[in-house]
Design a protein around this ligand. Structure first.
Ligand SMILES: *[C@@H]1O[C@H](CO)[C@@H](O)[C@H](O)[C@H]1NC(C)=O
Length: 334
């Protein structure tokens, strides 16, 4: 009781002093409100200008929560026969103010995580389209979002790829990671995505994955990307092409010549969609002209490659590339 009364008394005293101080306090308040307004008005105007800018330009929003402003103004639709380069094991180096990048091709496929938004901006400024690669069907233990997967959704190890496991492509934890990655692609200004390893059903995955699971997964990825007007590629997965061709915008194929199965991917060309085709000739970067000629011949093992966008690469997908013209170059990497 005593304590309470003392406390009350104390409060009373404070109230008195507050009353006495009312006038200066009011002044102080007015000064604070005035200062706040001074800060808020330019901020609001700045934000308005920023928003207007964001809508008039391609993308690159500052606020990741504003999903309406994220992404391209319209869907990217790559054409049959576009030229390209793919570099995944290193980060390509594009200097500020660069007017050119080597090689001077239409499309660059780069790693979603390892490529800075700044690099993508610079590439787009010199007229390139950028496709962002990530592994959709495998868990990679070194990625920043690796702990977002539920352990129950991870299957067998991938043969020959240390630190990677097949994932249950129907599971919510996996879908949620994919949504975040595609949003990241939009934030970084990617024009397309190249979701790898969607063909777990063809492998010893330990999760009883079916080709229908893959179809559903690819459609899910494409729908998600579509929200940002980002195009989606089908990586390999020849068996499900007829079921997803309408949903995806290009093919990324590895080694169809090596496996004599290029005809499988030709429906893309017929549908007006490019096939980004990679072969890994033994001995690259020293590829004999006879081997190159065979790969580029559209006959024999290469039957079905008409109008494919073919590149010869080393397995590690570094900056080196050779084209069917014989031209070989190395993209600068950091
Ligand atoms: C994969 O995820 C789906 C959806 O949650 C579930 O129905 C299925 O049982 C899972 N498969 C395995 C092998 O855990």
């Amino acid at each position: 009781m005593t304590d309470w009364r003392q406390g009350f008394k104390g409060t009373d005293v404070n109230t008195e002093s507050r009353v006495q101080n009312r006038k200066p306090r009011l002044l102080k308040m007015l000064v604070i409100v005035g200062l706040l307004l001074l800060c808020v008005i330019p901020l609001t105007v700045g934000l308005g200008v920023g928003l207007a800018k964001r809508h008039s330009h391609r993308s690159t929003p500052e606020t990741p929560h504003d999903s309406e402003a994220l992404g391209r103004p319209s869907l990217w639709a790559p054409q049959v026969g576009v030229s390209w380069q793919i570099v995944l094991s290193q980060s390509v180096k594009v200097d500020a103010g660069s007017t050119m990048i080597t090689p001077n091709v239409d499309v660059y496929v780069l790693d979603l995580f390892d490529t800075k938004r700044e690099t993508i901006d610079r590439l787009r400024r010199v007229g390139k389209n950028v496709v962002c690669y990530f592994s959709a069907g495998s868990w990679e233990d070194w990625r920043e979002d690796a702990s977002d997967y539920h352990t129950a959704d991870l299957g067998n190890n991938l043969d020959g790829w240390a630190g990677e496991r097949w994932v249950n492509v129907s599971a919510e934890s996996v879908r949620s990671v994919m949504r975040n990655r595609i949003k990241l692609a939009a934030e970084k200004g990617c024009d397309g995505i190249d979701p790898d390893n969607v063909d777990g059903y063809e492998n010893n995955n330990g999760l009883r994955l079916s080709s229908q699971d893959a179809v559903n997964f690819v459609k899910f990825l494409a729908d998600e990307a579509r929200k940002y007007n980002i195009a989606t590629g089908l990586k390999n997965a020849g068996y499900i092409i007829h079921k997803v061709l309408d949903s995806v915008h290009f093919s990324v194929n590895e080694q169809c010549v090596e496996f004599s199965e290029c005809k499988t991917f030709a429906p893309f060309i017929k549908a007006g969609k490019p096939v980004f085709h990679i072969e890994y000739p033994e001995g690259a970067p020293s590829v004999s002209s006879s081997e190159r000629t065979q790969i580029c011949s559209a006959t024999g093992a290469a039957t079905g490659t008409d109008k494919f966008s073919t590149v010869l690469k080393k397995m590690n997908l570094d900056g080196w590339v050779q084209y069917c013209t014989g031209q070989s170059v190395t993209t600068p990497t950091a």
